[in-house]
Design a protein around this ligand. Structure first.
Ligand code: 13P
Ligand code: SF4
Length: 300
């Protein structure tokens, strides 16, 4: 029998998370995939996560349950244009968010996740380096604002987080008669992040909720994909946790790509069927592994 390990990101539906050996954020799942003693890794997440798992654990067969599970940060980035942009800053270090294709990573000096981006970029600036940041414009703008950096930014956004809206948030805050807090993922727009009491990765936000010890009747608004509200409410059923509001007219802020991981698709993948990550070139895998490993070494 092949040894099958199933990984699920926090944004997948609760039933999928219950089928997984490990649930986590991008960094935790990358580390788990690298160290997994598995013949098959089923990655209930999105394609760039499965590609990262393959790069770190090339002997395992890595399966993405649904071929359509992409990410707007990947689809909004044309790799030839990115290459030209990178070449126009020859004396800069290119830091790329993990939400990027393997070809994109191969053009990068460092990979970061929402968990370690602050520390890695601070480390590079402390060494006197000049930095360019791709692909997430919102995350880069927040870092520039927060720390006074002058990083040139690539311009792609997460189509889910980009919907959070400051005006709608102001209204929700004004209607709130108790204490209120906002926690946000750094893929959200800058005006939203500027109002947040905490900005961090999915795991970071979950830990913030777990250790909340302020007003028991406070409303905690969460600006991230709705899947993780399940984990937050499970961890702290006593708290009043609400989704932060989005632009009027937008339907919801579920990630359509994460939600392609249906129970049936994950079960099929566990039986060895689905989209195998077997198309990456040896040169891209080798070039992408370097900046990912640099990040993992820094974060351990
Ligand atoms: P995390 O690294 O916080 O898990 O975020 C991944 C992601 O895709 C957020 O939209
Ligand atoms: Fe990509 Fe946004 Fe979905 Fe995360 S939530 S996988 S950044 S589209």
């Amino acid at each position: 029998m092949p040894r099958v390990v199933t990984l699920a990101h926090y944004y997948t539906q609760p039933e999928i998370q219950q089928m997984a050996d490990k649930v986590g954020d991008s960094l935790e799942l990358s580390l788990f995939a690298r160290d997994a003693d598995a013949d098959i890794i089923v990655f209930a997440g999105v394609r760039f996560m499965a590609e990262t798992a393959k790069i770190l654990n090339p002997n395992a067969k890595v399966i993405l349950p649904d071929a359509g599970s992409t990410c707007s940060l990947v689809t909004q980035t044309d790799v030839s244009a990115l290459k030209a942009w990178r070449e126009s800053y020859p004396d800069h270090v290119h830091v790329s968010y993990i939400n990027s294709s393997a070809e994109h990573k191969a053009l990068s000096d460092w990979i970061v996740t929402s968990r370690n981006v602050d520390d890695i970029i601070a480390h590079l600036y402390a060494e006197g380096k000049k930095v360019i940041f791709s692909p997430d414009r919102n995350m880069g703008a927040y870092l520039n604002f927060q720390h006074g950096y002058d990083m040139p930014l690539w311009s792609a956004v997460c189509e889910v987080h980009d919907k959070f809206n400051q005006a709608a948030l102001d209204e929700a805050f004004a209607a709130c008669t108790t204490a209120k807090y906002l926690i946000a993922h750094p893929e959200s727009p800058l005006p939203v992040l500027q109002q947040a009491d905490y900005v961090g990765s999915t795991s970071g936000m979950l830990n913030w909720i777990k250790s909340f010890d302020k007003e028991p009747d406070a409303v905690i608004f969460v600006a991230t994909e709705d899947g993780i509200l399940y984990n937050m409410r499970l961890a702290r059923p006593d708290l009043n946790i609400e989704q932060a509001p989005i632009y009027a007219g937008c339907q919801c802020n579920s990630c359509p790509y994460m939600k392609m991981n249906t129970i049936e698709a994950v079960k099929r993948a566990q039986a060895g069927q689905g989209t195998e990550i077997d198309y990456l070139s040896a040169s891209d895998m080798a070039a992408a592994r370097l900046p990912i490993e640099r990040m993992l070494e820094f974060s351990q």
